[in-house]
Design a protein around this ligand. Structure first.
Ligand code: HEC
Length: 184
């Protein structure tokens, strides 16, 4: 019963005669072993990505890059949100996605700034006061989370007045924190 194999007749199988088996094995190696090796390499790569411990101290310049990238995500969604809301672009279906993504990103701001880079000498627009005793930063970051969650809920409600009010509150939240903790 030669030739009765799962993917046509290219794979070696139990019913093969020795000659056919060897022939098929050769094709199989040529075609599929490279792929198998590549998959193994990828798996290896994934395994060598170390999972950092929760309290790891990152290099200051990496910590700064990471939080600035997060703020760029925040900034991107906010700009796009306001462009749609203000009628400058016609992508109404994307409004909820921007609001939801902003709400997700906002949850990460507090954590992204948890590591102090004060006095590290790394170029940043974050003021050292963020990490001073009694800093208002965690509270402002928490308020921002609430404002972004409210915006996301307002968009779902489709209530124009609520969306307008929540959008205004978001703007105020960005400005409030930047005025205090970001170098212009
Ligand atoms: C709780 C404080 C806080 C809130 C709220 C906040 N930001 Fe920021 N943001 C900062 C700080 C601090 C920096 C400077 C980070 C740095 O340079 O290390 C920053 C940086 C940025 C940057 C520049 C990132 C870069 O690549 O250097 C953008 C864009 C930005 N924020 C947009 C926004 C927008 C838009 C909002 C509101 C939707 C917002 N931020 C809300 C604190 C905040």
């Amino acid at each position: 019963m030669e030739g009765q194999h799962y993917g046509g007749n290219e794979f070696p199988g139990p019913g093969d005669s020795a000659t056919i088996f060897n022939k098929r094995m050769k094709t199989f190696r040529g075609k599929h072993m490279k792929l198998a090796v590549r998959s193994a390499l990828v798996a290896g790569l994934l395994m060598t990505v170390a999972l950092p411990s929760a309290f790891a101290e990152d290099k200051a310049e990496d910590a700064v890059k990471y939080r600035e990238s997060l703020m760029d995500v925040v900034g991107g969604h906010t700009k796009s949100f306001f462009a749609i809301l203000g009628g400058k672009v016609s992508h109404p279906d994307d409004l909820a996605w921007h609001a939801d993504s902003l709400a997700e990103a906002s949850k990460r701001v507090k954590g992204a700034f948890a590591q102090s880079t004060a006095g590290s000498g790394v170029k940043t627009e974050a003021k050292d006061g963020i990490w001073a005793a009694g800093s208002e930063f965690p509270k402002l970051a928490g308020d921002f989370e609430t404002a972004a969650a409210n915006l996301s809920a307002a968009v779902k409600s489709k209530d124009q007045a609520a969306i307008g009010a929540a959008a205004k509150a978001i703007g105020a939240s960005c400005k409030g924190c930047h005025d205090k903790f970001k170098v212009d």
